[in-house]
Design a binder for this molecule. Structure first.
Ligand SMILES: [Zn+2]
Ligand SMILES: [Zn+2]
Length: 370
């Protein structure tokens, strides 16, 4: 297998620059590598399809070999699959759990669809307890500015990098692919009976819908009396299809709103309206460190120290605003809260919190293409 990959690393650029020549590489990508993968992986051909592509019409800068679960998709344009993506500079390739992006590209055309691709990838990774593959990375760089390559980067859910000069043995490759196929199986369970487009819509909107209900519960809850010390991790629940989630306690959120005196912590002059349920200025509770990252913490994130009181306008902005404003708000709240967070046993660097809000990706990469 290594020999076939080296053939691509060594000869693809020449083919790309002059597609009429070196046409043997087409056969390597389209037939030889898939054939050898089938032999090594011993997958059931009724269940999986392995296929390679060097682009349609003009050659692509970043050829790929995909493993499709036929019951999910057999197209790189839609659905979820495992794919080996070559870097443009042919210095290596990625084994990637990836997704087709046509639906999001069309739906958010002109409105930064790439941001949505990244959002779907992050939400999937947060909601499914993936089997951990050794040496996983969450961001890939194909060293190309072609649209397709940028979309694969944004749509990457998880990946592993193989440098050209350290390509794995057949056995190692097989183990990595099998591990990633297990995660693809988890996505398949998560999809359930929904269509692929429904799954993406649910990932984008379900959290918002749940939050409306949560904020209503907060208003009618009695406040908790949380002790100012590290608190045990909250319980998990099975929410909609096959997703485990940590529960937020509306009583603790109510306690936080009372501590903030029902003021917007972004700007206390933000008056909204008097809620008939509380008789106070209407505000919402926002977890500064999102509860979906609870797995990475030893103590509960559902504590007053981590819950910010915000007017609905500012609350929408911290979720949906431009990155610059989001980052500004997060930084301000972090500076105000880092001491009290420590009291609750939560130590986290600002940079990591930025990453949780997907701010690192966009500060590095221009998200305005497509
Ligand atoms: Zn929020
Ligand atoms: Zn506000």
């Amino acid at each position: 297998m290594r020999k076939l990959f080296l053939d691509v690393f060594d000869n693809y650029t020449e083919f790309y620059n002059n597609p009429a020549e070196n046409i043997n590489i087409k056969k390597t990508i389209k037939y030889d590598i898939p054939y050898e993968m089938n032999t090594i992986l011993q997958l059931d051909p009724k269940k999986y399809l392995i296929t390679g592509s060097y682009g349609v019409g003009n050659p692509t800068e970043t050829p790929w070999i995909a493993i499709f679960d036929r019951s999910i998709t057999v197209s790189a344009q839609h659905g979820f699959y495992v794919v080996i993506l070559f870097r443009k500079d042919m210095q290596g390739c990625y084994l990637s759990l990836n997704q087709g992006t046509t639906y999001l590209r069309n739906k958010f055309k002109g409105y930064k669809p790439v941001q949505k691709m990244k959002e779907v990838a992050t939400k999937l990774e947060n909601s499914l307890s993936f089997h951990t593959v050794n040496g996983l990375i969450s961001e890939i760089n194909l060293a190309s500015i072609q649209q397709n390559a940028r979309a694969y980067e944004a749509a990457n859910i998880q990946a592993k990098f193989y440098a050209r000069n350290a390509f794995p043995s057949n056995e190692e490759l097989a183990v990595d692919v099998q591990d990633m196929l297990e995660n693809l199986d988890k996505i398949k369970n998560f999809i359930g009976i929904r269509t692929l487009d429904q799954v993406i819509d649910d990932l984008i909107y379900q959290e918002e819908i749940n939050d409306v209900k949560f904020q209503e519960d907060v208003l009618i809850s009695l406040p908790a009396k949380t002790i100012q010390a590290p608190n045990p991790v909250p319980n998990k629940t099975m929410s909609s299809p096959n997703t485990e989630k940590y529960l937020r306690d509306s009583k603790i959120a109510k306690e936080a709103l009372i501590l903030a005196e029902y003021k917007c912590e972004a700007d206390p002059t933000h008056l909204t309206f008097v809620s008939p349920l509380t008789g106070e200025n209407f505000v919402e509770a926002h977890h500064l460190i999102p509860i979906s990252f609870q797995n990475d913490f030893k103590y509960s994130l559902d504590v007053p120290g981590n819950i910010i009181s915000l007017c609905p306008n500012c609350h929408r902005e911290i979720h949906h605003g431009v990155n610059e404003n989001k980052a500004k708000m997060i930084r301000t709240f972090y500076e105000k809260r880092k001491e009290i967070l420590r009291v609750f046993g939560i130590n986290e660097e600002l940079n990591n919190i930025f990453k949780m809000y997907r701010l690192s990706f966009f500060s590095i990469k221009n998200s305005d293409f497509l």
